[in-house]
Design a protein around this ligand. Structure first.
Ligand code: XMP
Length: 512
């Protein structure tokens, strides 16, 4: 398949470049800047993109790519640091900028007909990052655009098809940035639109069949997006040789266990081993109130139950996991430390290493949104594919204080109302997460003529890009009113509803 290689110099935007290239329907991979040109050549890329980076390209310890990459005969696009390092390596000069440019600036095109700027307006807003000024261009390079304090801010070497920009076309604040990247991959590198989820579906199925052969695969199904899409894809690839294990830990939301069984057994004809371990989990959680201890009890019990279920299912050589690309990208630490940093791979429910399986990871090179798109292509409903994240320990970390069947009932009913009203008002898909939390606080109320002393529910509704930071959502008062009124009147045992207006940091999204 046609592909673009992105060399990572440690910019926090490197993954964003990859996302944009994929949005252009072109496959791409991120490689550390240290990757040898000979290794890159074996991947037969149609073009290279050199990412930004936190250091100055003229610093003594500045990361430098293998100089042989310029002899691969493929187009190169240098972005910010990527341009500066390319300019220096090809004989150009760099000096500290008289005035540092940062943020939104206007790019003026020079009027030369550059393929990079096809269909880009003559003056357009771009997102600049501070860096050195190009004081001398390498031989054959010409300026094709400038910003107020950087002239040139975009360059081209038409013969070898080398391009560079001092700004970040990958961020949304560069208004024609997507067009520029699309021009680079399509017009300059000549890539077609070959990266589609339909194409990936065929390719992934072939790969799974080749890897698994006649063997059996098990998959821990949580009902979340990644494991659900993986289940359906594997079913299509190997049919009955896939067995999914779904553990009911007693901390699921209302109707969840039933809907997972319905969907996967009836609609997709998947062999599902359903293990109802709710009593075991709840008995072990009795009296436990410390959040970390709760998590440990839930995690350890999960491993135990999963292992026992797996023995019942029978021998499987492979374990499938929904690991996504951001978990496996070998990236350069954004603090500029040139040491390669490999993120640890997440592991379903933290299964112990003695469980010796070979892994099947069909989404190793997909971004989360692509997994969702693949899910839709495979026929999963929009409702499932775009569902909000739900933590592994389930309602256990949304029930502050002791977990009892009665308190779980209250939280489940309140949570169902929140979800129903968020969906009804169309807010469900606009936010990152929306849920109810049961607090360890009782308060006085009056119901009818009686004084009550009952539980408190907090509503948590946040927006976030990746769960790392979050802000509380300014929901309309009318919607808050409906949710609060329904919880107070329909859920016995609750006499107060509060709205959580804390952002992350410092407050985490979940309460425990
Ligand atoms: P916090 O509470 O740390 O949550 O701000 C950030 C995001 O991670 C989710 N989360 C979890 N997901 N297992 C999971 O699979 C967990 O133990 C867990 N804890 C938090 C949380 O829902 C939010 O999206």
């Amino acid at each position: 398949m046609e592909q673009i290689i992105i060399l990572d110099f440690g910019s926090p935007y490197t993954q964003l470049i990859a996302r944009r290239v994929r949005e252009c329907k072109v496959y791409c991979l991120i490689k550390p800047y240290t990757t040898a040109a000979a290794e890159i050549a074996t991947l037969k890329p149609r073009g290279l993109i050199l990412s930004g980076g936190p250091l100055s390209a003229s610093a003594a310890n500045a990361p430098r790519p293998d100089p042989a990459i310029y002899q691969l005969g493929v187009p190169v696009l240098g972005i910010a640091y990527g341009l500066q390092v390319m300019a220096l390596e090809l004989g150009g000069g760099l000096e500290p900028a008289a005035q540092r440019e940062y943020g939104k600036v206007t790019l003026k095109l020079s009027g030369t007909e550059s393929a990079l700027f096809r269909n880009v307006e003559a003056q357009t807003q771009v997102w600049s990052s501070p860096g050195g000024r190009l004081s001398r261009l390498p031989e054959g390079f010409i300026g094709i655009g400038s910003t107020p304090h950087s002239d040139p801010a975009a360059v081209e070497e038409p013969r070898r098809r080398f391009y560079g920009v001092q700004f970040h076309p990958e961020v949304v604040h560069s208004l024609h940035g997507y067009q520029m990247l699309s021009n680079f991959v399509h017009e300059v590198c000549g890539c077609g639109e070959s990266w589609t989820m339909q194409a990936y579906r065929r390719q992934a199925i072939e790969q799974i069949r080749a890897q698994v052969g006649d063997e059996h695969v098990i998959l821990g199904l949580s009902g979340g997006v990644d494991s659900s899409v993986a289940a359906v894809l594997l079913q299509e690839a190997i049919g009955e040789r896939l067995t999914c294990i779904f553990v009911n830990n007693g901390l699921l939301r209302a109707g969840e266990a039933e809907s997972v069984r319905d969907l996967f057994c009836r609609n997709f004809n998947i062999r599902l081993h359903y293990e109802d371990a709710s009593e075991l989990f709840l008995s072990r959680l009795a009296g436990v109130t410390d959040p970390e201890k709760k998590r440990a009890v839930i995690g350890n019990s999960f491993i135990e139950v999963f292992e026992a279920a797996q023995k019942k299912v029978g021998h499987a050589r492979f374990l499938a996991q929904g690991t996504v690309y951001p978990d496996v990208i070998e990236s350069i630490a954004a603090d500029g430390n040139p040491a390669t940093l490999v993120k640890s791979h997440h592991n379903v429910g933290g299964l112990p290493s003695e469980m010796r399986f070979e892994l099947v990871e069909p989404f190793r090179y997909l971004f989360k949104d692509e997994v969702r798109e693949l899910g839709e292509v495979l026929g999963l409903s929009r409702e499932l594919v775009w569902r909000q994240p739900f933590p592994g320990p389930g309602l256990g970390v949304r029930l502050v204080g002791e977990i009892t069947p009665e308190r779980l009932r209250i939280l489940r009913e309140a949570d169902a109302i929140v979800t129903e009203e968020m969906r009804r008002s169309d807010w469900y898909y606009k936010v990152w997460q929306s849920f109810a939390v049961l607090l360890p606080v009782r308060s006085v109320g009056v119901k009818g003529d009686l004084r009550t002393y009952e539980e408190t529910v907090a509503l948590r509704v946040v927006e976030s890009l990746d769960g790392m930071t979050a802000d509380w959502v300014r929901l309309p008062y009318e919607l808050l009113e409906v949710i609060s009124r329904r919880i107070l009147s329909e859920v016995p045992g609750v006499s107060r509803v509060c709205y959580d207006i804390s952002h992350k940091p410092p407050s985490t999204i979940e309460w425990e």
